[in-house]
Design a protein around this ligand. Sequence first.
Ligand SMILES: CC(C)(COP(=O)(O)OP(=O)(O)OC[C@H]1O[C@@H](n2cnc3c(N)ncnc32)[C@H](O)[C@@H]1OP(=O)(O)O)[C@@H](O)C(=O)NCCC(=O)NCCS
Length: 189
Amino acid sequence: MSDIPKDDFPTSVELVPATDDDIPEVVRLTNLAYRGSDGDSAEGWSTREKYLTGDRTTEKLLRNDLSVSPHASLLIWRLEGESGIVGSVWLEPQGDGNWYLGSLAVDPARQNGGLGKKLLSLAEDWVRERGGRHINITVINVRETLIGWYERRGYYDMGEREPFPYGDDRFGVPQRDDLCFVKLQKKLV
Ligand SMILES: CC(C)(COP(=O)(O)OP(=O)(O)OC[C@H]1O[C@@H](n2cnc3c(N)ncnc32)[C@H](O)[C@@H]1OP(=O)(O)O)[C@@H](O)C(=O)NCCC(=O)NCCS
């Protein structure tokens, strides 16, 4: 867990677009954050239940996602005085003031110290500065603690559900047959 006190972050905390050289580190961070420990690393609080196995992403998939989504931004976050990436997030305009936010990830070794809240707020600033008015997120239905975390940050359940893509293992290998995506939205002010 981070030893940085909540609300006392280094001043240089802006998000920057990932370069191609950053992709391997983003992939490692994302897979660790979403799937938990690799044996050498800490396990994050939000991933203890194993409802999916397999990697969340790969370098090939992420590069492909970027090439087919030219308006999307993969943003990374480094803290002042540190070389490694502590967090990353995908942001993509959907038209009419709506933006999709996905793949929000904080290094599991640094979670539960306020970094996730700060990263989410920086991502919201990024969208706001580009004229966005709503942020849309999809979360797998069984992740109640994560849904609660977003709700405490102003996101609400739109009542819409999207089917889980069973049979397409690029999202991981499902361990349950009752998965779907819950759509959450926040109105930016
Ligand atoms: C979601 C994520 C980005 C949050 O990052 P973080 O640095 O841990 O977040 P913060 O430190 O700001 O907040 C920690 C929160 O977890 C809560 N928490 C900690 N341990 C918990 C537990 N065992 N059960 C439930 N909640 C817990 C804390 O109470 C705190 O919430 P609060 O401030 O509203 O009370 C991070 O956990 C992550 O990368 N998860 C894996 C990837 C993922 O699921 N991303 C979202 C996909 S939509």
